[in-house]
Design a protein around this ligand. Structure first.
Ligand code: SAM
Length: 317
């Protein structure tokens, strides 16, 4: 299972609640002993999922050591899901190596092609054609994990998402925010900076029995949100003057430095009647939230996302 950096524990919590057994957690990765339901009801907080076909020791940094691993792979590869379609391999590793990712991909691709009798498409020079099966190989400094994606696209790609706005949120992060908010049926949930609606759409998938309202001061954002989901109320509004009494506020104020609105205090002051606020903010905005007098406890998760380091903050009364 692959995750956003900083969401590993929240993905583990979602998996455990769903009855799967988490074997290990490392940076961006979980190894899970899952029940069959993972294929019909995969976790929404995870970025991607692969069925394990081989696990070996990390060979270290040299190309000759890498070649020795491919010999072991020939002996130990177990295809979890027989397929006849063309395939590609995508590799990543931590630390310095004397080989590059394409060297790993081509060596592993050759082993899988021999094993399955199917066509390997290298990513070294061209983008592999679609449709295809995707394999993933990860060298994490301790182990090599090789897996096959049982779905046509990564988990983080959502079919509902047809439109985005500048600063639109990665859906698994929105799903994690919804999980942290512990929304109950009948509650009113507000996103006062709703943009294209990612957070509320993900929250509604988790708890369909609540009432969701998204507001934004930009017509273009509301149009994008309306195209993404018609089952949610989207309306014009200033985040500093919410017209709705909400049990939960889940939101993503502009936190990228290019879009940031700076001090969040006036916004927080106008939301002080709300029990639980879950927000994703930048490192400069976080103290304003955690020190606000309206909420007594705070949980902070540091994420790494698109080269930035936002904080996911939960404020509870
Ligand atoms: C970072 S985007 C939200 C992205 C959203 N979470 C998504 O996934 O698409 C911030 C949004 O806040 C809106 N915004 C900025 N200042 C606002 C204000 N004072 N009142 C209401 N909306 C505001 C912008 O128009 C923008 O759509």
């Amino acid at each position: 299972m692959r995750t956003v950096t900083g969401l590993e524990q929240l993905v583990a919590a979602e998996l455990t609640t769903a009855g799967h057994h988490v074997i290990s957690i490392s940076k961006r990765q979980l190894v899970v002993d899952a029940t069959a339901s993972i294929l019909t009801d995969p976790p929404r907080t995870a970025d991607d999922l692969f069925l394990l076909a081989a696990q070996l020791d990390d060979p270290g940094h040299t190309k000759s050591a890498l070649q020795s691993v491919t010999k072991q792979l020939r002996r130990s590869l177990q295809i979890p899901w027989p397929h006849r379609q063309p395939f590609a391999v995508s590799a990543s590793y931590v630390g310095r190596r004397t080989f590059n990712r394409y060297d790993v991909e081509d060596l592993v691709g050759a082993v899988i092609a021999d094993h399955t009798g199917t066509t390997y498409h290298s990513r070294r020079t061209t983008k592999p054609p679609e449709p295809r099966i995707d394999w993933r190989v990860i060298l994490d400094g301790t182990s090599v994990h090789l897996g096959i994606r049982p779905f046509p696209a990564p988990l983080h790609r959502r079919t509902w998402r047809r439109h985005t706005v500048p600063g639109s949120l990665h859906p698994p992060v929105a799903a994690a925010m919804a999980q942290l908010a512990a929304i109950k049926p009948g509650q009113v949930v507000l996103d006062p900076f709703c943009g294209a609606g990612t957070i509320l759409v993900e929250a509604q998938q988790l708890e369909p029995g609540a009432q969701y309202v998204g507001t934004d001061h930009a017509e273009a954002s509301l149009r994008a949100a309306q195209r993404n989901a018609t089952s949610i109320r989207w309306q014009l509004g200033d985040a500093q003057r919410p017209q709705i009494a909400a049990d939960r506020i889940l939101t993503n104020p502009p936190w990228d430095v290019r879009l940031s609105i700076g001090d969040l205090t006036p916004y927080l002051n106008s939301w002080h009647d709300t029990d639980t606020v879950v927000a994703i903010v930048n490192e400069h905005q976080v103290a304003t939230l955690t020190r606000h007098r309206a909420w007594t406890s705070a949980e902070v998760h540091e994420l790494s996302l698109a080269g930035l380091h936002p904080r996911l903050v939960v404020l509870r009364r």
